[in-house]
Design a protein around this ligand. Structure first.
Ligand SMILES: *[C@@H]1O[C@H](CO)[C@@H](O)[C@H](O)[C@H]1NC(C)=O
Ligand SMILES: *[C@@H]1O[C@H](CO)[C@@H](O)[C@H](O)[C@H]1NC(C)=O
Ligand SMILES: *[C@@H]1O[C@H](CO)[C@@H](O)[C@H](O)[C@H]1NC(C)=O
Ligand SMILES: *[C@@H]1O[C@H](CO)[C@@H](O)[C@H](O)[C@H]1NC(C)=O
Ligand SMILES: *[C@@H]1O[C@H](CO)[C@@H](O)[C@H](O)[C@H]1NC(C)=O
Ligand SMILES: *[C@@H]1O[C@H](CO)[C@@H](O)[C@H](O)[C@H]1NC(C)=O
Ligand SMILES: *[C@@H]1O[C@H](CO)[C@@H](O)[C@H](O)[C@H]1NC(C)=O
Ligand SMILES: *[C@@H]1O[C@H](CO)[C@@H](O)[C@H](O)[C@H]1NC(C)=O
Ligand SMILES: *[C@@H]1O[C@H](CO)[C@@H](O)[C@H](O)[C@H]1NC(C)=O
Ligand SMILES: *[C@@H]1O[C@H](CO)[C@@H](O)[C@H](O)[C@H]1NC(C)=O
Length: 582
């Protein structure tokens, strides 16, 4: 839906207030933080940390539901309270061809279409009613769900609803083998998407896949298909107590399908479409509760994957997505996934990785971390970006990244819940999660964002300066109190180092990134008194913010210009709550 620019913020506020069809589930997911696993590659039932796994071979490596259960401590220690797992349905079981290289077949997504492999990834279903035995039994899946819930964690299931899979070319498909779609009538006539990838009808109706793996395309616009998928998904959610669904390739499915499907599911739905274009994608809301924020993903990846990236584009991208999506809070933010190169394949600079992870975990929306990003795994295009995590021994100190992720999750959780875990819906737009981040400083190399009202504001500074910032680069900036909301001579703690700084008499905060180009996350020291896990010694270390700040060459944003519409949203929200915005 296109909204006139002057009114878009009102929509955000209204949506936040009235919610969507699945209001309760959407609201419950907003405060969650999601760890995405490729089930076959995360953990094995035998707990092995040495079993070999060559991701390039495209074969099963032995990860399982039981393996995930055994390693929930690791996920929880990283601070996540939701787990997204691979599709669980039975798969086309033929190894389809020799590995021949990677082709981006669909025009907008890199799926494993021309590389031969076995469907360890789960995206080639042929029987929706049975469980992929490589991952375990349906009892094992129920046990995983139970184990997660016992820890107050959520289970997000990945599902494929647009096609079935058959090893062979289109003329060889034996429809009677599919369950429940055991007849040709449920599928579109064969035409490969690669033949007509820019034709909008073809994008919805044509077949993905190739001559070695056909993906017969379901007629999701037909009532009968809708009813069959509706019945299936409501059973699936109920049989396994699923808390949310991630839906594959939503841009290749007729959009009329989703509204009733989401109602049948009755839980939070997060759609996936690999696109930079927010306009058509966002129109799938509110039929789908949330969407993977691909438009932002491309921009942050490009901004941080070299020291030549441009962080200004992040602000433009956030603005663009806000203007197009009705409801940005349930969008999923990520730095990588099973379809795209890992961040570690672009750069070995841990400082750049720390920065992109910081923006990933603290941005508006629901943070999602692809397993192994915290270990700085470096597989590029699929299939090599699905490494076996057990080979890292689930180390919390391999690099500084696992503990960084833990800190960032704790910070978000603390700010969003007054130190307690909250599943209460933000209704008024006045709490931390629904405070849309305000950029308070930006340049090509440094971006500072504020999220949260005064007293509970998280001020994060990220950069792409790298671990050894160039000597000519600007590494010292001053954040004014008009942006941060910090007051004069206020103690603020930098939560990643647990060092406390004092703002100057005007409330300015000096930030120095010269030592490591690393991220900084500031928070009012006095507001840390609810926490026992975040900088417990914060009252003991107090460092004075360096005097005589060097004003940076990059100009901050003029808040008075109201160029950033968020200010209007905050003020609007403030009208109803007597909150005074600094
Ligand atoms: C694997 O680890 C889990 C959890 O630590 C433990 O309960 C289980 O006995 C282990 N299984 C094997 C086969 O070692
Ligand atoms: C489809 O596969 C069959 C069996 O391998 C083969 O005989 C036939 O020529 C193929 N058709 C096309 C159009 O490739
Ligand atoms: C677009 O694709 C659809 C579905 O394959 C087809 O019916 C239609 O003729 C195509 N349109 C054009 C302009 O080629
Ligand atoms: C759900 O469980 C019921 C009862 O065991 C079974 O008949 C049905 O096939 C299951 N459905 C799915 C989608 O797993
Ligand atoms: C959704 O389901 C209802 C009730 O079955 C039906 O009347 C309606 O046409 C469906 N909507 C769409 C878009 O298919
Ligand atoms: C950075 O990421 C973008 C988008 O994913 C990619 O196109 C580009 O090649 C990457 N840059 C480098 C240097 O790898
Ligand atoms: C990581 O921690 C383990 C266990 O605490 C320790 O044995 C190991 O030496 C540490 N490794 C590094 C690289 O610091
Ligand atoms: C900051 O971002 C805004 C919005 O994209 C842009 O207009 C401005 O030029 C940027 N500031 C700097 C110093 O690059
Ligand atoms: C924390 O400090 C604030 C401000 O000084 C105070 O209002 C609040 O009661 C304190 N909370 C706790 C749990 O001590
Ligand atoms: C800042 O922290 C120092 C050291 O803990 C303390 O002495 C001082 O009172 C604090 N200032 C404010 C304004 O809270």
């Amino acid at each position: 839906m296109q909204t006139p620019p002057t009114m878009w913020w009102w929509n955000v506020l209204v949506v936040a207030a009235i919610g969507t069809v699945q209001a309760a589930s959407r609201d419950q997911w907003l405060g969650r933080s999601v760890y995405q696993v490729v089930t076959d590659r995360f953990a094995r039932s035998d707990n092995s940390t040495t079993a070999s796994c060559d991701a390039g071979l495209g074969d099963y490596c032995g990860g399982s539901f039981k393996g995930i259960i055994n390693k929930l401590d690791y996920i929880q220690e990283l601070g996540f309270d939701a787990v997204w797992i691979s599709p669980v349905q039975s798969q086309e079981s033929t190894r389809t061809a020799d590995l021949t290289g990677i082709v981006i077949s669909t025009g907008n997504e890199d799926r494993e279409l021309t590389i031969g492999m076995i469907a360890y990834h789960g995206y080639w279903p042929n029987d929706l009613y049975s469980i992929n035995s490589h991952f375990g039994t349906s009892d094992d899946l129920q046990a995983l769900s139970k184990a997660l819930h016992a820890r107050d964690m959520y289970l997000m299931l990945d599902i494929v609803v647009g096609d079935m899979a058959w090893a062979g070319n289109a003329s060889t498909v034996d429809y009677s083998t599919f369950n429940p779609f055991n007849d040709r009538k449920y599928f579109h006539d064969y035409k490969p998407l690669s033949e007509d990838p820019t034709n909008d009808t073809c994008v919805l109706d044509c077949w993905m896949g190739d001559n070695t793996i056909s993906l017969p395309d379901l007629r999701n616009e037909d009532r009968e298909v809708q009813q069959m998928l509706g019945t299936w998904v409501s059973q699936l959610v109920s049989n396994y107590s699923i808390d949310g669904l991630r839906i594959d390739s939503v841009l290749n499915i007729d959009p009329v399908f989703f509204s009733n499907f989401s109602k049948s599911a009755g839980v939070f739905t997060m759609g996936e479409g690999a696109t930079r274009d927010a306009s058509g994608y966002c129109s799938l809301q509110p039929s789908l509760s949330g969407l993977l924020n691909y438009p932002l993903y491309y921009i942050i990846s490009e901004a941080f994957n070299t020291t030549d990236g441009d962080l200004n584009r992040i602000i433009q991208s956030i603005d663009y997505v806000r203007k197009n999506c009705e409801d940005v809070l349930p969008l999923g933010t990520f730095t990588s996934n099973q379809d795209v190169p890992r961040f570690g394949s672009y750069t070995s600079d841990i400082s750049l990785a720390r920065n992109i992870l910081t923006i990933n975990m603290l941005a508006d929306g629901i943070p999602i971390l692809y397993y192994g990003e915290e270990q700085h795994l470096s597989g590029a295009f699929n299939p090599v970006n699905r490494e076996a995590l057990w080979l890292t021994k689930y180390s919390m100190n391999s690099t500084s990244l696992p503990l960084l992720v833990q800190s960032l999750n704790r910070i978000r959780s603390y700010a969003s819940s007054d130190g307690k875990k909250s599943t209460i819906a933000p209704k008024s737009g006045t709490d931390y999660l629904s405070y849309l981040s305000l950029p308070i400083y930006n340049s090509t190399n440094i971006l500072a964002m504020r999220k949260g009202f005064a007293g509970n504001q998280v001020v994060s500074v990220v950069s792409n300066l790298g671990a050894k910032p160039a000597t000519k680069a600007t590494t010292k900036i001053t954040l004014g109190s008009d942006g941060t909301g910090f007051s004069s001579s206020q103690n603020v703690t930098e939560l990643l180092s647990c060092k406390t700084f004092v703002t100057d008499s005007s409330g300015n905060l000096n930030v120095d990134l010269s030592s490591d180009g690393g991220p900084r996350v500031y928070y009012p020291t006095e507001s840390l008194n609810r926490s026992t896990s975040i900088c417990p010694d914060h009252t003991q270390t107090s460092t004075t913010s360096s005097a005589n700040p060097k004003t940076s060459t990059g100009a901050g944003i003029s808040l008075s210009a109201l160029a950033w519409e968020m200010k209007i949203l905050i003020l609007t929200a403030a009208l109803t709550t007597s909150y005074v915005f600094i």
